[in-house]
Write a protein that binds this ligand. Structure first.
Ligand SMILES: C[S@@+](CC[C@H](N)C(=O)[O-])C[C@H]1O[C@@H](n2cnc3c(N)ncnc32)[C@H](O)[C@@H]1O
Length: 183
């Protein structure tokens, strides 16, 4: 990890509650997973100020991969863009502004190795509907806040857990992280 990213992450960790960022442990886990998978193309729903994207971009720099990240709060994504620039990740991150469901449905056609869901908790089930066609066998869905927002994400968790073509595990990381492998 370069010095700018280490510095950016420690700055962002000071305001993590305000920007609803993932935990450091969750970020580290996602970073390791992307490297293990040799992930090339990743999609994030819910950029916020870019903290989780920095964890992912650090791994994708190593795998020669690319991240597309979607956020509907423009001010937040502006902050994220500044950090991406500062840390040298502008060339491997594409930022999209808008409602995650609409952006995916109307603008995104490519396939992804991994999709990280961390936007509106009640909409996880809707996101799944448009993400599923973008995943090949061997692709992975990660979804945060599975235990912290259990009631809101229940329709998504129940649906994906019943699907024969997904293998699902909820990890005991802060807020609960769902990992789903497409068989
Ligand atoms: C939990 S935060 C994301 C945190 C970020 N992944 C991180 O760990 O650094 C959720 C973000 O999703 C955004 N959001 C909520 N609903 C959305 C939607 N329907 N489309 C796009 N972004 C949305 C919020 O503005 C917020 O910044």
């Amino acid at each position: 990890m370069n010095a700018e990213t280490i510095e950016a992450m420690s700055q962002l960790e000071m305001t993590a509650d305000k920007f609803w960022n993932i935990s450091r442990d969750t970020g580290n886990f996602i970073n390791i997973l992307l490297k293990m998978m040799n992930a090339k193309n990743v999609l994030e729903l819910g950029t916020s100020n870019g903290y989780s994207a920095l964890w992912m971009a650090d791994a994708l720099k190593e795998t020669n991969g690319h991240l597309t990240t979607i956020e509907f709060w423009e001010k937040r994504q502006c902050i994220a863009r500044e950090y991406f620039e500062k840390c040298g990740f502008s060339d491997i991150i594409t930022c999209k502004i808008g409602s995650a469901y609409d952006v995916i449905k109307n603008e995104i056609k490519e396939k992804f190795d991994l999709v990280f869901i961390d936007a509106n908790k009640q909409e996880y089930i809707k996101y799944f509907e448009v993400i599923d066609p973008l995943l090949k066998r061997g692709s992975v869905i990660l979804a945060d806040n599975i235990t912290s927002h259990a009631a809101k994400v229940k329709p998504f968790v129940d649906t994906i857990s019943k699907r024969d073509d997904y293998q699902v595990q909820i990890l005991d990381l802060p807020d609960g992280l769902l990992v789903a492998y497409k068989k």
